[in-house]
Design a protein around this ligand. Structure first.
Ligand code: TYD
Ligand code: MG
Length: 453
């Protein structure tokens, strides 16, 4: 019996190696090589372009169709997409299981379906399950076409036959092409299926949504090339304990990134929340000492987080330092800096720190917010509710700049904050609407600012 030959494929860059190695020889990423069967069938396909080819022409000669963008009718989704759907656009939407990807897309098709032809392809659920969901979403009687199918060939045949204006593939990890030997969800399957579907979208003008699974770390599962192939990458985020869901554009060829759509999950599906700052603030008790709002950057995504501190006279000779969501050693270091350079001594105080909502913050931009929360609790003086604070604090008490300061400020402004205390080097070059900023160079200035404000 002949042995099946295998090779190793990098899940980051899709590069191939003959043997397993700890580091990918192509992109130098660690621990990304996965064993796959050698695929020979698709070699001819691999080098086909994603967009339809045509002879070269002057940029000025390219005809632009005016009317290619159309709204879905769900305002929050349109906002994230940069104003609506684009003909032939391919959108990848990722998120944790059960967060509402299928619900959102079915609702979107329901809203678009009254005007345009639509097709919902589910490779995860049966037509009956989709119908049950549609009933819950009050979409019974809607003209949306559904297809429960996992074979790429069949899906393409159906797409060709119906030529829908908008189609959803739920999900790209469960679709498979039978010309490949590897299992659905493997690097080569995901890459090939996504490439073929994208090719179809570009050539037919269908707007295509691909649902993508995410890994434990929250990144989209499958090869990194997937994110390069598609036009738009959206992430669905949210805490399972709250009903609020955020949809964020991570890459968008047709609009701005870091655009945020906010939804609430109700018993009749997702409802857009047009004023998200209000929902955020409802969970935040303004005017309480020991609470400080910061903007953290999770990967490339800014996120507003409340940091709480409780500073209380220690009853034992060994005061306790307890930190949830932030690094314990960093807390000890920052308390020393606060004593030496801020003139506030906590050596006889218990200090408890919590990043609200169960988030973990690993970046040094939290330093200044953390110390502000501690100062606020220690002095029993509340921090203004419209104030955000971020910045790195060095061992000599200097306030160092952090990455993407401008984006953090924009996010805070978007969520209704009006003041920011930040590193001097992060002061924005242009003013941000509705946001007044104070740049500081040393911890002493922060102590003063918090005392006087
Ligand atoms: P779903 O859309 O199936 O998630 P995904 O496709 O991302 O895995 O998630 C649905 C979840 O939302 C499920 O836990 C039930 C809940 N839900 C509601 O609360 N209200 C609704 O109207 C619907 C349809 C689902
Ligand atoms: Mg689903």
């Amino acid at each position: 019996m002949s042995k099946t030959k295998s090779q190793y494929c990098c899940s980051e860059c899709g590069g191939l190696s003959a043997k397993w190695q700890g580091q990918c020889p192509h992109c130098q990423a660690w621990n990304t090589l996965l064993e796959t069967a050698i695929e020979t069938v698709h070699q001819a396909n691999r080098h086909r372009a994603l967009a339809a080819s045509s002879p070269s022409q002057a940029l000025s000669q390219v005809t632009l169709d005016e009317d290619t963008r159309f709204a879905t009718g769900m305002d929050e989704l349109d906002r994230v997409l940069g104003g609506g759907l684009v003909q032939g656009g391919v959108i990848l939407i990722g998120g944790d299981p059960g967060i509402g990807k299928s619900t959102l897309l079915l609702q979107m098709l329901g809203a678009v379906g009254t005007r345009l032809s639509t097709l919902y392809v589910s490779a995860e659920e049966s037509a009956r399950q989709i119908a049950l969901r549609a009933q819950r979403l009050q979409l019974i009687g809607s003209p949306v076409q559904v297809l429960a199918e996992i074979q790429l060939g069949q899906i393409l045949v159906e797409l060709e036959r119906q030529r829908p204006a908008v189609a959803v593939i739920d999900s790209i990890q469960t679709v498979y092409w039978d010309a490949l030997q590897s299992a659905p969800g493997s690097v080569s399957q995901v890459r090939e299926c996504a490439a073929q579907l994208t090719r179809y979208a570009k050539q037919s003008g269908t707007t295509l949504f691909l649902v993508g699974h995410v890994t434990k770390e929250g990144a989209l599962a499958g090869p990194r090339v997937l994110e390069h192939i598609v036009d738009t990458v959206l992430y669905f985020e949210g805490d399972s304990s709250s009903s609020f869901r955020l949809v964020r554009a991570f890459k968008n060829r047709f609009g701005a990134v870091n655009e945020l759509g906010v939804f609430a999950m109700t018993d009749v599906g997702l409802k857009g929340v047009s004023n998200p700052s209000a929902i955020f603030l409802s969970g935040h008790h303004a005017g309480v000492p020991g609470s400080c709002i910061m903007v953290t950057q999770e990967g490339t995504r800014p996120l507003l987080v409340e940091i709480q501190a409780l500073v209380e006279t220690a009853a034992t000779p060994n005061p306790r330092r307890l930190s949830v969501g932030l690094e314990q050693n960093r807390l000890a270091m920052l308390l020393a800096v606060l004593h030496r350079h801020g003139g506030i001594a906590c050596h006889d105080q218990d200090v408890f720190i919590n990043a609200v909502g169960g988030v973990r913050i690993n970046e040094p931009a939290a330093d200044l917010a953390l110390l502000s929360a501690i100062i606020s609790s220690f002095k029993n003086k509340a921090i203004g509710s419209k104030l955000v604070i971020f910045g790195e604090v060095g061992l000599t008490g200097e306030i160092r700049p952090v990455q993407r300061g401008q984006e953090r400020l924009k996010e805070a402004a978007k969520l209704g904050f009006t003041h920011a205390l930040l590193p001097y080097a992060n002061l924005p070059k242009q003013t941000i609407d509705g946001m007044s900023v104070t740049g500081i160079k040393h911890l002493q200035e922060a102590v003063q600012y918090l005392r006087d404000s």
